[in-house]
Design a binder for this molecule. Sequence first.
Ligand code: DQA
Length: 310
Amino acid sequence: MNDNLILIGMMGCGKSTVGKLLAQRLGMEFVDTDQRIEEAAGCTVSTIFAQKGEAWFRDWEERISKELAGQKGLVISCGGGLPLRKECMEPLRASGSVVFLDRDGGDIYDNVNMEKRPLGQVSREEFLERWRQRLPIYQSCAGYTVTSRETPQRTAGEVLKALAGVRLRFLILNGPNLNLLGKREPGIYGETGYGALCQRLKDFAAKHQCTAECFQSNHEGAILDAIHAADGVYDAIIMNPGAFTHYSYAILDALKAVDVPCIEVHISNVHQREEFRHKSVTAPACVGQVCGLGLYGYEAAMGYFLEGLQ
Ligand code: DQA
C-alpha cells in the first residue's frame, strides 16, 4: 500500500495501538498526530489545551494534517477531535483510506485510562454525549468503519479485511493421508487430488469475497501448531482431521483453546464404515460436522459461515 492509512475515532478507541500493529504488518511508518504536535510545540497536548485553548490546538492539527497528507506510506492515528475540522480531514482523506475504529463510548469510558487525555476528565454522561455527537462525523469522514474487537490484533485484522474487501478468512486444515487424495482409495474418497481440492476451495472462497488458505499435515503436532496460530488470523477453520478424528484429544484441546470456530468435515460417510470411524473425539469442540457429501462437504461448511454474514 502506497497511500496513507488514516485511523479516526474517539479518544481511547485504540487508534495508536492498532495503528502500530497495522504499520508493522504493512511495512509502513506509524505517525500519531498528537505526538507530532507535542514534538513540534514542545509541550503536552493537555498543556496546550490548558494554556492556549482548543482553537490553537486545532490550528496545529490543521498544519500537521496538511504536512502528513503530502507524504506517502504512513499509518496515521488522528487525534479524536481532528475530523471535527474539515480543513484537517479533507487533505488526509485525499491522501489515502480513512478507517473509523468504532468502539462503544461507554466501554471506552469504563475501561480506558483517561488521566492523560485532555478532554477525558469529564463525567460519564458528558463523555457519552460527546461520543454521540461525534459518531456521525466519524462515519461521514470514513471510507470504512471497523468495529473494535477484544484485542488490538483482532481489530487490526478486521481493518486489513475491510481494506481488502474480504468478508471471511478460512483456514482449510487437512490431516493425515489427505495429501494422497485422488490416489488413496478412490472408490471412497474420489479421484480429485489434494491440490485440485485446494484450488476448488480457494476459488469458492474468492467467489464469495473470502480467502481460503490450505494446510495439510500427517503430523499431529503440526496440526496443533496450525490451530494455535489461527487465533486472530482466521475467522473460521474447516477441518478434516482424517484418522486423528477418532483419537486425538490433543486436537480437541487445541480447538477449545482458540477462539476460532471450526466445522469438521469428512469426505466419506463415516457412519457407514467401520465402527471405529463412528466416533469423533474432535467434533465436540466444533460448531458442527459434515460427512458423506464428498468434497462438496468443505464448501457446505464454508457456506454455513457465509450464511451467518447475510
Ligand atoms: C475421513 C474419514 C476418516 O475416518 C479417515 O481416517 C480419513 C478421512 C474422511 O474424510 O472421510 O482419513 O476423515
